[in-house]
Design a protein around this ligand. Structure first.
Ligand code: THU
Length: 135
């Protein structure tokens, strides 16, 4: 059974550290990984708006740095501590570090990663062609 409450609390704790002087919209992301640990992140905005790091970026960096493995479960929260939906770009980040059984908790309920990002692009797609690197 996934400890969704623990995951939610980790996301809330992370959200409170968000740096959001431009949008005023803090986000906290939390993921449970195969190693049983929870990884988290907050959004970090920038005066160059497009450079902004979503909360999921920090969470994925935390996960990869620690070698926790694939994501088992994920959620993110807004400044009201309510569940919110990961943006399209971050769905791709989750895809790279999740599996077909990774569970995502949304305001609408719990779904799988392939339901969140149908026909997602990944390493399998890259490997369908012979790539010439460094030519
Ligand atoms: N944001 C995230 O951190 N994650 C998402 O999945 C959606 C959007 C942030 C980016 C920006 O700092 C703020 O929310 C408003 O878009």
């Amino acid at each position: 059974m996934t400890n969704w409450d623990g995951l939610r609390q980790a996301a809330i704790d992370a959200m409170k550290h968000a740096y959001v002087p431009y949008s005023g919209f803090p986000v906290g992301a939390a993921g449970l990984a195969e190693d049983g640990q929870i990884y988290s992140g907050c959004n970090v905005e920038n005066a160059g708006y497009g450079v902004t790091l979503c909360a999921e970026c920090g969470m994925i960096s935390d996960l990869v740095k620690s070698g926790g493995g694939k994501l088992v479960a994920f959620l993110c929260v807004n400044g009201d501590e309510d569940l919110t939906s990961p943006c399209g770009r971050c769905r791709q980040l989750l895809w790279e570090h999740g599996t077909s059984t990774t569970k995502i908790q949304l305001p609408e309920g719990i779904i799988s990663l392939p339901e969140l990002l149908p026909y997602g692009f990944g390493l399998d797609d890259l490997n369908k062609v012979e790539r010439k690197i460094g030519d």
